[in-house]
Write a protein that binds this ligand. Structure first.
Ligand code: GDP
Length: 527
């Protein structure tokens, strides 16, 4: 085992912040990410969404689908330094086309930034991603974007956070006007105002003030907006939640920042507050109990496998979140599931065009390991072995399709493809009770397309997918399952481990089945 300087390890852990930005498409994630990267003069870019949008993607060999659409099929990682911090942003595809990978990536984050469009409020995809973060109990910071546009009132948005997401919020700053009238924000934590100057809002001035009654604000924003600001902030002081870091840390209270990413307005103060308040890499749960990031032995787990980065080589990259210790290039670690030592000789910290080789990395960092087919999602690596991380939940599929093979002679390749792709977590697979039909389950449409594409390109099998009307899958747990009883409101299938799973077309059918079978448990994911 290589010698690790524990003082240095603690320092490196202390300065790291690893987070994901969660949002609905079009809220401005690409824009915000880009602004954040600019502050840090990004040191490591993992083929950012923007780079692809700007057609730079031609230089890196993304999957064909990704190229055609100019979107990120699988999430990537960006790393930069700012004010002594080392920041890892985990990119989750902001598209409608998200997949289980998006959810899995969230397990590698220590906090999340929830980006919301001021006019649209909380949207569908935000809700789903929020729920995954909520389940993990990680702190969630909210950035309400596009303040330069006419939007909803800040109070209304706070109300919506509570009603729709069930989370209380505490505004860290407050808009002075909005849309065309927007002249700035009042920073409640630092008692300063940030003001837009000039007709085109192109310059930003930050002024320290006594408090929100300071006449300087009146002078700069005008009587009307200042009166409105004072009224609203007085109300907040009396009726709003006070800032409470413990509640933020437990994910019970979300600090809210207002700004405009495209104008770079409020972004820097957001970043600086975020770095102060967001947690360093957290301990992770394992079969050996909690693993602290400052433990000298190296451990980590694979949360994503990206295939076909380079179609010519058919290589795969396993993304590993480091949980403890220091990673050194060439080190030997135990691949816990397989029970063998492996040498990590070709690590890549990110997927940029030049694929830099990483010499060392610390907890909170993500490294990409060359994978000749030895890793599965959820695998743990640990010096000395033993530790198995239980970080990766499975997610309940919401879209289903029946598979047929166009050329029956290809059956062997088809089977191999199904086995490998389900192992990688590309899709979940079910069989009808009589075992003659294969049904795929996914959380996002894109997973179907990736499956179809990879079957054709990697296994030479043309398949056809027939969408099925189911929306819910529930794993049945009961002493005795009488299949006949479950066929009434649902289709009964089996998963890879022969568990019974009932598929329902709608919530009503599911409720009815649950009511009629009080002895059975209906689980959202495999037991
Ligand atoms: P993504 O889909 O969440 O990655 O969103 P993008 O960053 O691509 O932004 C979607 C659209 O919103 C683009 O046209 C952006 O220029 C625009 N946008 C982003 N931030 C702002 C903002 O602060 N104000 C306004 N008016 N538009 C913005």
């Amino acid at each position: 085992m290589s010698k690790v300087d524990t003082g240095e390890l603690a320092k490196e852990v202390e300065r790291r912040r690893t987070f994901a930005i969660i949002s609905h498409p079009d809220a401005g994630k690409t824009t915000l990410t880009e602004k954040l990267l600019l502050y840090g003069g990004a040191i490591r870019l993992a083929g950012t969404v923007k780079a692809r949008k700007a057609s730079k993607h031609a230089t890196s060999d993304w999957m064909e689908i990704e190229k055609q659409r100019g979107i990120s099929v699988t999430s990537s990682v960006m790393q930069f330094d700012y004010l002594g911090h080392r920041i890892n942003i985990l990119d989750t595809p902001g598209h409608q086309d998200f997949s289980e990978d998006t959810y899995r990536t969230l397990t590698a984050a220590d906090s999340a930034v929830m980006l919301i469009d001021v006019a649209k409020g909380v949207e569908a995809q935000t809700i789903k991603l929020f729920q995954v973060c909520r389940q993990r109990g990680i702190p969630i910071f909210t950035f309400i974007n596009k303040l330069d546009r006419e939007g909803r009132s800040p109070f209304e948005l706070m109300e919506e956070l509570e009603q729709v997401l069930g989370i209380r919020s505490v505004p860290m700053n407050w808009p002075i006007g909005m849309g065309r009238e927007l002249c700035g924000v009042y920073d409640r934590m630092n008692d300063q105002v940030e003001l837009f100057q000039g007709n085109d809002h192109s310059t930003i001035e930050v002024r320290k003030v006594g408090d929100y009654n300071d006449p300087i604000i009146r002078e700069m924003a005008g009587e009307y907006l200042h009166d409105q600001l004072r009224e609203e902030l007085e109300l907040l002081d009396v009726a709003g939640d006070p800032f409470d870091l413990d509640k933020v840390s437990r994910g019970e209270l979300t600090p809210v920042f207002f700004g405009s990413a495209v104008n770079n307005f409020g972004v820097q103060t957001f970043l600086e507050s975020f770095l102060k308040l967001a947690p360093k890499p957290a301990p992770r749960q394992s079969t050996e109990g909690e693993v602290l990031p400052t433990e000298p032995r190296f451990t980590g787990y694979v949360f994503k496998i990206q295939a076909n980065m380079n179609p010519a080589h058919r290589d795969r990259i396993a993304f590993l979140r480091i949980c403890s210790g220091r990673f050194d290039r060439g080190m030997s670690v135990k691949h816990v599931r397989v029970g063998k030592d492996i040498k990590l000789s070709q690590p890549q910290q990110f997927l940029a065009q030049d694929r830099d080789i990483v010499e060392s990395a610390y907890p909170g960092d993500i490294i990409g390991l060359f994978d000749p087919g030895i890793f599965r999602i959820g695998d743990s690596l640990a010096q000395g072995g033993g530790v198995v991380f239980n970080e990766l939940p499975t997610f309940s599929p919401e879209l289903f399709a029946k598979v047929t093979v166009k050329n029956a002679l290809k059956h062997k390749q088809y089977q191999k493809g199904i086995d490998q792709l389900t192992e990688e977590g590309t899709v979940q697979v079910f069989r009808t009770a009589s075992f003659d039909e294969t049904i795929l389950g996914v959380v996002g449409q894109l997973q179907f397309e990736v499956f179809e594409y990879r079957m054709r390109v990697e296994y030479g099998v043309e398949i056809q997918l027939h969408r099925m009307p189911y929306q819910f899958a529930r794993w049945l747990v009961a002493d005795k399952i009488d299949p006949a009883k479950f066929r009434i409101n649902s289709t009964l299938v089996k998963d890879k481990k022969d568990n019974y799973v009932a598929l329902f077309e709608n919530e009503y059918a599911m409720r009815t089945a649950i009511d009629k079978n009080p002895d059975a448990q209906f689980l959202e994911t495999a037991p």
